[in-house]
Design a protein around this ligand. Structure first.
Ligand SMILES: *[C@@H]1O[C@H](CO)[C@@H](O)[C@H](O)[C@H]1NC(C)=O
Length: 136
């Protein structure tokens, strides 16, 4: 262990904390590579969670279908769902588990699955830049 190794060790720690910040500022998690399968009319849970665990209650959580316009199927911001922003075809059919948000679990429940629900979904989690500067 020589003195010269110190700067690189220090750099390594900085990079790690930067990565954490990037993650904290906007972590994007695509739903698992194995497709979630459901029958028409069933309710289904699309899994998504933050790793490391962070409280998502006060974050902005977006669930979206990038091929739709508007693309949101659920938008959660500062402790409430913004119903008006979401695609009408998902009206009243999507929810997040409010008790689970603080455990970083931002899984989506989709009720009464329709044929048109088939497609790629993505969940995005955004934290205010303030939070990021706090984690330095
Ligand atoms: C997230 O919450 C849902 C609904 O309670 C549950 O089914 C799922 O297992 C949870 N996922 C994790 C990673 O805890």
């Amino acid at each position: 262990f020589s003195v010269q190794q110190m700067p690189s060790l220090h750099l390594g720690m900085k990079i790690k904390s930067l990565l954490f910040c990037l993650f904290a500022a906007q972590s994007e998690v695509i739903v698992p590579s194995q497709p979630v399968v459901s029958l028409v009319g069933e309710d289904v849970i699309l899994p998504c969670h933050l790793d490391p665990v962070m409280n998502a209650f006060d974050m902005t959580v977006e669930w979206a279908r990038p091929d739709l316009n508007p693309r949101f199927i659920l938008l959660w911001r500062q402790g409430e769902e913004l119903e008006t922003k979401k695609h009408p075809s998902f009206s009243g059919r999507t929810l997040v588990f409010i008790d689970e948000l603080e455990k970083g679990n931002i899984s989506l429940k989709l009720s009464k699955v329709k044929v048109s629900d088939e497609g790629g979904y993505k969940c995005v989690c955004i934290v205010k830049s303030l939070f990021c500067s706090a984690c330095w």
